[in-house]
Structure formats: structure tokens, C-alpha cells
Design a protein around this ligand. Sequence first.
Ligand code: SPQ
Length: 421
Amino acid sequence: MEIQKMTRARGEIIVPGDKSISHRAVMLGALANGTTEIHGFLRGADCLSTIDCFREMGIEIEVNGGDVTVHGKGLNGLKKPEKTLYTGNSGTTTRLLCGILAGQPFDCEITGDASICRRPMGRVAKPLALMGAQIEGEYCPLKIHGTALHGMDYQMTVASAQVKTALILAGLYADGETVIHETEKSRDHTERMLSAMGADIEVDGLKITVRPGKELKPQTVDVPGDISSAAFFMVLGAIMPNSEIKIKNVGVNPTRTGIIDVFRDMGANMEIVNERTVSGEPVADIIVSTSNLKGCEIGGDIIPRLIDELPVIAAAAVFAEGRTVISGAQELKVKESNRIAAVVTEFKKCGIDITETDDGMIINGGKPVHGADFATRSDHRMAMSLAVLAQRAEGISTLDDGECVDVSYPAFFGDFYGLGK
Ligand code: SPQ
């Protein structure tokens, strides 16, 4: 598809519900005793895969627009699925399910699409094995033999909310205390939601302690807008001339707001207003207008707080004066695509001065950019980042697969072009 060009981007927008919170609300709702109501649920392909998997395990789930009702059957209420659980393109579904399924009284299999089958699952299977889990395979399809689990004290080796959450969920089924030490603070939506549901969970900095034995109480969950989706409009508003975009009702949990910190560093014209707490999560409106961005250094413990936003932050860096260095972001290599190689290869097609490094990239910004025929690798975040980049590129740009945005933001192009009218 050809990317239509706009001359400016102005207006208000509400981005779809947070993907991470939507997944967790369905999963924890299924394990709670009673009915969980979810409002503002993200009806993207990934979260719908989570719903399908739980329906396959006997959980009744009603979907009515962004309102989802999950009829939870308690921690021991899942039934053995009759077929292989299919997680589509969703790493979150696959890895979090490993944690839940490891301690069930049945065996099952999980698999997903071609991208999921290339993503490492040993990172959850190995630490879960230390709790007694029996998971065959380091890549999908995985065979999970449900078994009794025991608690453990575990030092994580990778900054990953998915690995952490898989261990926390397994901890709900273990016969003793599970202590997890994170390397860096990653998104903590699971900890917040479990705590609201009455689970025995304590968080002390990078240390999380979970004890089994408590029933989960159902909740009403109001899902805020996803800051990872808001990021595309934050960058668009900053790089386009004569522009101002207000993104309403965005989740600003401090474990997710690395892009706000980076935007401050880059000198973006940005305001965070109407800050409040909804369903135990911080929420705000974000206003970004045309900015004279400058390059900056992005690395260290901020990386897990903006990992999914890095492709579009790289697009911002292209239009910033000076050099931007992104380091410590090797996790990008194991996402829906290798997002370091993907960004560098696609950006180079536009004449951008960008260099790949082992753990990130270096961009020398503020130079002319021309359009190109982009390969998205069917990675939703690449497609949306390239659409933003293309707005400031001279000439025509195309995407080989615009439909992959369905994974996290099915209405992306409508919302995007709406701001140019
Ligand atoms: O679910 P999936 O496919 O892994 O999605 C991505 C994304 O870009 O949408 C990553 F590719 O988000 C992850 C994120 O990178 C969602 C997530 C979560 O909900 O726990 C955590 C992050 O992954 P990780 O590996 O750092 O734990």
C-alpha cells in the first residue's frame, strides 16, 4: 500500500486499550472466582488469541465491542484443551500461558504463527523447569506436561516482563514461596492486577515475592490507552510542521513511560495533563506539538521502559539535530522481527545515516530523507513506525503489508490519516 502524505497532523485522538493490560485482564479474570468485567479491551489480533486460548480451556468469555466479560472458574477451573492452543503472533500469550499451564493437572501443546515459532521460549521454559515444570522445546510448538510445582528463589538473566510474569503465574500454583529478582524494572501490570485481586504478592524494588493459597477475586478493569500505540502520534506530532496532537486517556505507568523521558531529553514540545489513577494504573492525556528535536543517548535501565517504542523513537531521531545512540537494546532482536536489523535496513533505503551496533543503533539526524518501498516483515510496530517516518520523506513510500497493524491497532490507518485532514 502507498502511504498517503499529510502536510500537518492536528487533533485529538483516543488510542486503543493497552495490549499488556488487556491480555492480563483476560488471563487473571479466567483464574479468578467469578465474573471480571473489562472495559476498553484491545480487540487486536493478539488479545483475541488470548481469549481463544482460554475459551478452548472451558472459560466462557463474552465480547461486546471493547467490553469483555470473563466468567472465571478459579485457579483450578481450567479444562484440558481438546486441540493445540494457537497463540497467533502473540509472544505475551505464549509465554504467560507457559507459566499458567505448567502447574495444571493436564498436558497440552501450544504453537503460534511463523514469527512466534522463531521467538525464544527457552527463556520461560528454563526458569520454570527450576520450579519442576516439564516443558518440551525451546521454540513453538511446545509440549507442556502439567505437574506439581515448587517455589524458588530466582535471579532473572534478562529484563523481560513476560518471563517475570510467567514465573509469577506459576508461583500461584507452587507449593511454597516464589521469589523473583529482576535485573531491571519491567512493566508491572501483573503485580498491580494480582494485588488488586487479593493474591499474596509483595514487590520490593526489583524483588517480587508470590505465595500460593489465595483465591483471586474478580475485578472491573478499565483498560487505559496503550502508550505503545500513543507513541506513533507523539512522534508524528513532534516531527510534522504546524502540528499538535492530543492523545487522551493514555496509561502512564512509570514502567512504561521511557518515551516521555526521552522526549524531554530531545527537547520535544510536550505536556502531560489530567493525570489520574484508573483501575490501579496511572493515566493521563499527552499533548505533543511541532518540535525542534535534538539527538540524545538512550540506554541502561530505561530500555525496558520503552522497548516497544524504540522503532518509532528511531524515526524521531532521524528528524532530530545531531546524533542519537541507542544501546543495551539487544532484546529488540527477539521481537516479532529483529527490530534492530529491520529499522536499520529500512531506514537506509531512505538515505538515512544509521549504523547497526550489537545492541542498538546510531543515527545521525537532521539530513534529507527520501521515500522508499518498505518491507514490514509483517511486524505491526515496524509498519506503524515506517508510516510515521514516511510522512517526512520526500516522494512516495509504500508498505508491503499494512494489515499487520491488526495485531495491536486495527484502526491505525484511519486514526492516522484522520489527523491530516
Ligand atoms: O506480545 P509480544 O508479541 O511479545 O509483543 C510485544 C510488542 O511489541 O507488542 C513485543 F514484541 O510487546 C511485549 C514487550 O516487548 C509485551 C510485553 C508484555 O505484555 O509483558 C512485554 C515486552 O516483552 P518482554 O520480552 O520484554 O517481556
